[in-house]
Design a protein. Structure first.
Lengths: 109, 122
């Protein structure tokens, strides 16, 4: 089955820009979606498709894709952006099977 | 706004069957635009997709859990359910129910329940 690989931890200075990446073969075929999860809370969808944000998600969140890599960029990171971020996509061999990356812990310094 | 709410026992004994229900409100589970899914998260670990069901009853399961998982839908109650058999301590996790777009939101999980912690212990 397919896998999605994320860096375990990333840090960013307050107000700066940070990119969180997700790598996997399936990303050459399918878009990734991105979820933010704060401690004790359910995940929240922040980016889906090519680069779309659900209603209520700040426009400092954006997504991009290149080859085997999907990226979530936060431009002007805020303290409230400190959270775990997970990418998700479909299995390249069976698109009804879902896969998640291992998650990236974002620390805002 | 759509709401999802998980319910079920918080403690299950090893070798027994874990059973959870997700009640869907302010939206119809019989919508042709969405799938309905179960996802879990062991304490301190990442997300794991368990399986998905369409309102027709068609199901898709994580191959690693397929032999132990059953997901069903009850349109009359606007809810769907998870059964996981022969549980062990490794099945201890927060279990989430979620909605996934068929085409909408490019197939992402756009709505989640708050999650329910299920511990497996004697």
């Amino acid at each position: 089955s397919s896998e999605l690989t994320q860096d375990p931890a990333v840090s960013v200075a307050l107000g700066q820009t940070v990119r969180i990446t997700c790598q996997g073969d399936t990303l050459r075929t399918y878009y990734a979606s991105w979820y933010q999860q704060k401690p004790g809370q359910a995940p929240v969808l922040v980016i889906y498709g090519k680069n779309s944000r659900p209603s209520g998600i700040p426009d400092r969140f954006s997504g991009s894709n290149s080859g085997y890599t999907a990226s979530l960029t936060i431009t002007g990171a805020q303290a409230e952006d400190e959270a775990d971020y997970y990418c998700h996509s479909r299995d390249s061999r069976d698109n009804h099977l879902m896969i998640f990356g291992g998650g990236t812990k974002l620390t805002v310094l | 706004q759509l709401q999802l709410q998980e319910s079920g026992p918080g403690l299950v004994k090893p070798s027994e069957t874990l059973s959870l229900t997700c009640n869907v409100s302010s939206g119809s589970i019989s919508s042709s635009n969405y799938y309905w899914a179960w996802i879990r998260q062991p304490p301190g670990k990442g997300l794991e997709w368990i399986g998905t069901i369409y309102y027709t009853g068609t199901t898709y399961y994580n191959p690693s859990l397929k032999s132990r998982v059953t997901i069903s839908v009850d349109m009359s109650k606007n809810q769907f359910s998870l059964k996981l058999s022969s549980v062990t301590a490794a099945d201890t996790a927060v279990y989430y129910c979620a909605r996934r777009g068929l085409i909408l939101v490019a197939g992402a999980f756009d709505s989640w329940g708050q999650g329910t912690l299920v511990s497996v212990s004697s």
